[in-house]
Design a protein around this ligand. Structure first.
Ligand code: ZN
Length: 416
């Protein structure tokens, strides 16, 4: 096992650890861990809410989830010799849940998926699902099952939802400007169009006093993916992946977290993956001047991992860019993916599932989302592929009609 350079004690809160990480992006959050090109090392990662979500049958914790506290990230890790303009090579040698023991934290044999209420986060289908819901998944080796969604089990594809390098001061200023401009177009929207810097609950490593206050006031929220990588939620960024991150500050200042046991493309329920804490074994190297050499200024490039669930048969649903009310939109792939997902949800309810159970399956299982057509005016065509083998019954259409499953206790719900 590689040396643990960023340890986390499962019995302590994120802010009480030997090394305290961070939950905002800012170039001036000090790196407390230093590695060299060519090094391999282990990083522990806390689940993104630091233990606020519990293994029980209530969704009140998701409804009231403290969004200003996320994402709790491990890092920053400085890589010796990395300078702005370089590319940082990050190999994911291994990634997995917290070694199993009886414990309270997600990752110790279990994880969760949430649908967030419109008033607290929202989600991809928040118009249809305005309340909060939670599903607990149990892990057995690579397999996930849930007491809240019976008759489904699938192979996980463990990956970090979030990893990235620190922005430069200039890049951070551009993020805050452009996202602030967007918010200003509809400042009272629920859910908001974007999240401005939020000093409340900012965790900034070792910073204190005036320096803490300044950085907390400027630090970018970690929700969106940006030029530095960040919260990309790419399910195929699993064991064996190699990522090439642009370097914007001296040392690169790499950080990571938000580990997922599994996720469908799009992470559509907002907290749509199976969230958990765990570990990552990483190897780093540097390509000097690589940003210019390879034209990587906009975002990271990556080679996906070699560990995929081996599903060979799929049932796919398509959607076009027409609203449920019949209004035609022009090549809107977001809308067509929504329609494809709603189509799949409607279908699964014919077998006895509640709409929430079906939505949770699409969020958490290794479903594939595709931009099938983006040029055929006025309709884009998006598709969502569901592996048929994740169900313990025949989910395909047939002359016999849909087999009825017992939906069990269903998905815990909490309303405002
Ligand atoms: Zn996540």
């Amino acid at each position: 096992m590689p040396e643990i350079v960023f340890p986390l004690d499962s019995t302590k809160r994120f802010t009480e650890q030997e090394i305290v990480g961070h939950n905002r992006w800012h170039p001036d959050i000090p790196a407390q861990v230093h590695v060299k090109p060519g090094d391999s090392f282990r990083v522990d990662c806390r689940e993104w809410f630091d233990g606020a979500i519990h293994n029980d049958d209530s969704a009140e914790d998701v409804r009231d989830a403290p969004l200003s506290t996320v994402h709790v990230l491990s890092g920053p890790i400085a890589v010796e010799g990395a300078e702005p303009g370089d590319l940082l090579i990050v190999d994911i040698l291994d990634v997995g849940p917290i070694p199993q023991e009886v414990g309270p934290l997600a990752g110790q044999g279990w994880g969760y998926t949430g649908i967030f209420a419109t008033e607290n986060g929202g989600g991809f289908l928040t118009e249809q699902f305005p309340d909060a819901y939670k599903v607990i998944w149990d892990f057995s080796g690579q397999t996930a099952t849930s007491r809240h969604v019976p008759h489904v089990s699938f192979t996980g594809i463990v990956h970090p939802g979030l990893m990235g390098t620190a922005p430069s001061a200039d890049l951070l200023a551009r993020w805050n400007k452009r996202e602030g401009d967007l918010i200003a177009t509809d400042p009272n929207r629920v859910p908001p169009l974007a999240l401005p810097p939020e000093p409340r609950d900012a965790v900034l490593g070792t910073l204190t006093g005036d320096e803490y206050d300044r950085v907390a006031g400027e630090g970018a929220r970690t929700a969106p993916p940006r030029e530095n990588g960040g919260n990309q939620d790419i399910k195929n960024l699993t064991k064996g992946s190699r990522v090439f991150y642009p370097v914007f500050v001296s040392g690169a200042k790499l950080s990571m977290g938000d580990l997922h046991f599994s996720q469908g493309d799009g992470e559509i329920t907002f907290c749509g993956a199976i969230e958990m804490g765990g570990y990552m074994d990483l190897h780093v190297d540097v390509i000097k001047g690589g940003m210019d050499t390879y034209g990587v200024s906009e975002n990271a490039i990556f080679m996906p991992g070699r560990v995929d669930p081996r599903y060979s048969e799929w049932l796919a649903f398509s959607g076009t860019s027409v609203t449920l009310d019949g209004v035609q939109h022009y090549l809107d792939s977001h809308l067509s993916y929504q329609r494809a997902c709603l189509h799949a949800i409607d279908y699964l309810t014919k077998f006895g599932y509640s709409p929430e159970q079906a939505y949770m399956i699409l969020g958490a299982a290794p479903i594939e989302g595709r931009l099938s057509g983006v040029v055929d005016i006025p309709n884009s065509c998006s598709t969502v592929y569901i592996p048929t083998a994740i169900f313990d019954f025949d989910v395909r259409p047939s002359a016999n009609g849909p087999h009825q499953v017992d939906p069990g206790m269903g998905v815990p719900k909490a309303s405002f």
